[in-house]
Design a protein. Structure first.
Lengths: 296, 405
């Protein structure tokens, strides 16, 4: 089953003919993702990477029946692209674009309320269900199919975690890169909930970072929900100073609850196995699965 | 992006927010001239001389060279140049600057707004910022003006008034009115506060701000509502559509290494530790800093080289890290996804040879696409560079390097 994307997903690429869109759409097609076309306003009717190009998402959905969209549109136009996708009836929107103004995202998020659509990102590496669909910019070969779900704010740290999990003899059900911006479509708790309800996921690796309260909300939900599956957590930025932005727009310590230490404490209190070192994610996951009797 | 108080006030004025009037000056002579002008325009005969730096706590802060506070009162025109002299060119140390302080290049000469009259002047607190948990902007207000809001939040949270704003609808008049009443205002002052809050929100939303903190907001003795201070932060991602605000950037307030890194397309934050690091991706960069700490070191920096780690970016990264004299070792941690490790390895070797005189041990950890080949290139380069593939090995190499140092 997996979550969000699978082999049946019909994917369109917004910002298809730009350099990022072209490169990553090519990689996605090579991976085996069912890319049915793309959107670049003004280039409708053309063919790109052997796929049809449309002027609008609505037109693309009407013609191809697409239900998933991945967005590579430049920051100034990306929030609008998200709203266009939702308006056209896309069910899962994955926004890769980094650098969207907060004001634009606030309006886009408001626009999505009440609609049957899920936004992942922006400023994220995307979503991958290994062996079925890669809708993102991650290196596909790192992710081998299996039963561990990953939720992460960070791109390369997701690859790192997946690599360790695979080297520990396990595999990934779905990895969800939720993004490092202050306003994102799918906060940690929502992504964890999807994996908690997925029968093909046995354990969840939850990778957070300083800033915001998403990890704390997710941790409390996990406990309230009865700690149904083992959850292994890591928070990046234990050594980050307060008040300084660490790369990601959302990675800034503004208050006492924003620190890695505070988040790790809340996660532990709610039954999550928290590792201090990012080098221990794979081993800790294998151990947790073994203790739960889910692997030999 | 932070801007100075005087720039923040200019921005507020443009949107109809009433502010404590003033002019900026760079020399004591200029300070006197603008004070004269201010006297003619506002009738003020007392002048507040305020250091312009990107840090709070100026009033209680001390200028190291002269012992003057960062905000002082001049009770006559003649006192203005002398007071300005005590601040200009000095190093102001406040609770927010760290022990090294900040050099003051400009002072704001502002009118005295605490003049006596029918009512007693009273200070309030107002801010607008993003509430990440709700994905909405929130107005925060308090009767405890002039106080540190974190302290108010901790000890008397009931004194903080919050009003969330629907991004699609914007601030409604009843919301501004409600906040003004909750602050205990009535009559003319209440109406003035409603105008103040409304204009402040307009200024905030139209300039793509990420934070406004007006502390204090003053109710004067004749019941005007004025911004006496203005801490303004603009969303960096939106600066492309605000050329006028982008021009307000004062690079002299930033760390020179951070400015240089930015020019090379690197995301660098200077820290106080002894192990430098260069990483692709912000999350992995923070995790690498944590690894350094767990290995017995302290991170000297945050450095994200982004998606395209190549010889140029690696060289630029090396040069910036090596300018920090505290650095005793450097850990390069690249997870090659789209970017291939063999290319990164060649980039490291190339940059190393080009720079030549590198005296600190370097540990290069390459993982992902062509990782083994990358490690081989590093090992066979003949340079004093250690390679690692697994993150744990990289941590051990750092530990060894620090013990050897």
């Amino acid at each position: 089953m997996s979550v969000l994307v699978n082999k049946n997903s019909k994917v369109i690429v917004q910002g298809f003919t730009g350099s990022e869109g072209t490169f990553h759409a090519g990689q996605m097609i090579e991976y085996g993702t069912n890319v049915v076309g793309g959107v670049t306003p003004g280039k409708g009717g053309q063919t790109h990477l052997d796929k049809p190009v449309f002027n609008s998402v609505a037109e693309a959905v009407e013609t191809t029946g697409a239900d998933v969209s991945i967005i590579f549109v430049p920051p100034a136009f990306a929030a609008d692209a998200i709203m266009e996708a939702a308006d056209a009836g896309i069910k899962v929107i994955i926004a890769i674009t980094e650098g969207i103004p907060v004001k634009d995202m606030m309006i886009a998020k408001e626009y999505l309320k009440g609609k049957e659509v899920r936004l992942v990102g922006p400023n994220c590496p995307g979503v991958i269900t290994p062996g079925e669909a890669k809708v993102g910019i991650m290196p596909g070969f790192v992710f081998k199919s299996g039963r561990v779900g990953i939720v992460s704010k960070s791109g390369t740290l997701t690859y790192e975690a997946a690599d360790q999990i695979v080297k520990a003899g396990l595999g990934i059900s779905t990895a969800i890169g939720i993004g490092g911006d202050p306003i994102i479509g799918t906060p940690t708790k929502d992504a964890v909930e999807l994996l908690m309800n997925d029968p093909e996921t046995d354990a969840i690796v939850m990778i957070g970072e300083i800033g915001g309260n998403y990890e704390a909300v997710a941790a409390r939900w996990i406990k309230e929900n009865g700690n149904k599956k083992p959850v292994i957590g890591f928070i990046a930025g234990q050594t980050a100073p307060p008040g300084r932005r660490m790369g990601h727009a959302g990675a800034i310590i503004g208050g006492a609850e924003d620190t890695a230490a505070a988040k790790m404490k809340i996660m532990r209190e709610n039954g999550i196995t928290v590792v201090e070192s990012p080098a221990e994610i794979g081993a800790a996951t294998a151990k947790a699965l073994k203790e739960a009797g889910l692997v030999a | 992006m932070n801007i100075h108080e005087y720039q923040g006030k200019e921005l507020l004025k443009k949107w109809g927010v009433k502010v404590q009037e003033g002019y900026v000056a760079e020399t004591p002579e200029e300070a006197k001239q603008v004070a004269q002008k201010l006297h003619e325009e506002t009738g003020t005969s007392w002048y507040v001389v305020k250091a312009q730096i990107h840090a709070g706590g100026r009033g209680k802060g001390k200028v190291q060279e002269t012992g003057s506070n960062g905000v002082v009162l001049a009770k006559s025109l003649d006192e203005v140049p002398e007071k300005a002299k005590g601040i200009l060119g000095g190093t102001l140390v406040t609770i927010q600057t760290g022990a090294e302080g900040k050099k003051v290049n400009k002072v704001l000469i502002a009118q005295d707004v605490y003049y006596p009259g029918e009512h007693k002047p009273k200070e309030y607190y107002l801010s607008i910022l993003l509430d990440r948990a709700k994905s909405r902007n929130v107005i925060m207000a308090s009767t405890e003006g002039g106080m540190d809001i974190e302290e108010v939040a901790e000890h008397t949270p009931e004194k903080i008034i919050k009003e969330w704003i629907d991004p699609a609808i914007g601030l409604r008049p009843f919301q501004a009115s409600k906040v003004a009443f909750k602050l205990g205002l009535e009559g003319k002052a209440q109406k003035e506060m409603v105008k103040f809050i409304t204009s402040l929100y307009n200024a905030y939303i139209n300039s793509d701000a990420s934070q406004f903190e007006i502390n204090p907001v003053l109710k004067t003795s004749d019941e005007q509502i004025l911004a006496v201070d203005a801490k303004v932060n603009i969303d960096d991602n939106a600066l492309y559509r605000h050329k006028d605000l982008a021009e307000m950037r004062d690079v002299s307030e930033e760390d020179p290494l951070e400015v240089e890194a930015g020019e090379s397309g690197l995301n660098y934050v200077k820290l106080d530790g002894n192990v430098g690091c260069m990483v692709n991706g912000a999350g992995l960069a923070m995790a690498t800093m944590d690894i350094i700490k767990l290995s017995g070191g302290e991170p000297a920096n945050f450095l994200d080289v982004g998606g395209g780690a190549n010889a140029q970016t690696v060289e630029a990264g090396f040069r910036i890290i090596l300018k920090d004299p505290n650095v005793k070792a450097i850990l390069i941690n690249i997870f090659g996804g789209i970017v291939r490790c063999d290319r990164v390895a060649n980039g490291v070797v190339e940059a190393y040879k080009k720079i030549g005189d590198i005296r600190v041990p370097i540990i290069v950890r390459l993982q992902g696409t062509n990782a083994e080949e990358g490690a081989r290139i590093i090992d066979e380069s003949g340079l004093k560079v250690k390679s690692a593939v697994v993150l744990k090995d990289a941590a051990d190499r750092v530990k060894e390097a620090l013990q050897g140092a």
